[in-house]
Design a protein around this ligand. Sequence first.
Ligand SMILES: [Zn+2]
Length: 100
Amino acid sequence: MTNEQVIKMLTKIAIQYDEESQESKAIGMAIKSVEKQIPKKPQIAKKENIKEYYCANCNGYINNAYDMRLSNRGNNCKLCGQAIDWSDEVGVIKNERKIY
Ligand SMILES: [Zn+2]
């Protein structure tokens, strides 16, 4: 079962309960948890010509292109656990690292 399927199923279960019920709140928390497992591309900012990466979920700082090693870039945000999709950045990171 994919994360998307789990979210759909939990949403169907949640509507059986009153919105303010403990059950509904628990299911809502479970949905948020599963959503974090779906990788999101990082938000990017440039500081002194070095790309900085921020979590798309909590806006927390993840890393920058200068410090990053492909092997230890981290697949999850250390602050909120959001899975990070680095697929757009792999080439960029390699190129930026050649500068230094
Ligand atoms: Zn985060």
